[in-house]
Design a protein around this ligand. Structure first.
Ligand SMILES: [Zn+2]
Length: 205
């Protein structure tokens, strides 16, 4: 069984680290906002150890804009906690190739009581779809999807800046935002270079 193996091998190997993280508490360096997709494994693709990453995963790695109302906002509260309480210094929004959420933006999906939250959540990708269609209309569907995945990451970074806790720290240069796109076919990660306005290979940074 997987858990038995974890206990005997992995937990055992990292026993000291786990003990230290209990005694001293967690001090992760980065908040990683990734897609719930089973093929995107945040710790695996970044080579992170236990205690390194504070992770939020949701459909499409979307960040809803700051909206302090009576609703329950899971991603928003994780952002606040990571920034204000844990004091992380970096936030990574990581999109990925072949993202089902981005592909769903291009499908006609009828709203029913069984998908109502999903349909609403996907609206957070609509702005990226508009940009992709405006600039890549004549490209292949796959190219449009890859481009939408990347533009969406940039939009989610903009949405992060609507959070007062994020904006203040970014302005003070205590917090740094990163947009990534992970290619599940070849394992490459590209990062968004906001000076050159393009995605570049992280491995060549
Ligand atoms: Zn996805």
């Amino acid at each position: 069984m997987g858990h038995e193996n974890f206990k005997k091998v992995k937990f055992h190997e990292n026993k000291e680290r786990f003990r230290k993280l209990v005694e001293e508490g967690q001090h992760p360096r980065a908040l990683f906002i990734g897609c719930s997709d089973s093929r995107v494994m945040p710790t695996m693709i970044t080579g992170s150890k236990v205690g390194d990453l504070f992770i939020v995963r949701n459909i499409g790695n979307f960040v809803a804009p700051f909206r302090p109302d009576a609703d329950y906002h899971a991603t928003a509260s994780a952002i606040e906690y990571a920034v204000s309480v844990l004091g992380i210094s970096d936030i990574i929004v990581c999109g990925h190739s072949h993202c089902g959420a981005i592909a769903a933006l291009y499908k006609e999906i009828e709203e029913t009581p069984e998908n109502i939250h999903t349909i609403k959540w996907l609206k957070l990708g609509h702005a990226a779809k508009k940009v992709a269609l405006l600039t890549h209309k004549n490209r292949s569907h796959e190219e449009i999807l890859r481009y939408t995945e990347k533009v969406s990451v940039i939009h989610q970074l903009d949405n992060l800046l609507t959070y007062p806790a994020v904006k203040r720290r970014v302005d003070e240069e205590k917090l740094f935002l990163h947009g990534w796109h992970y290619n599940i076919e070849n394992g490459e990660i590209e990062y968004y270079d906001d000076e050159d306005y393009e995605f570049k290979l992280l491995s060549q940074k």
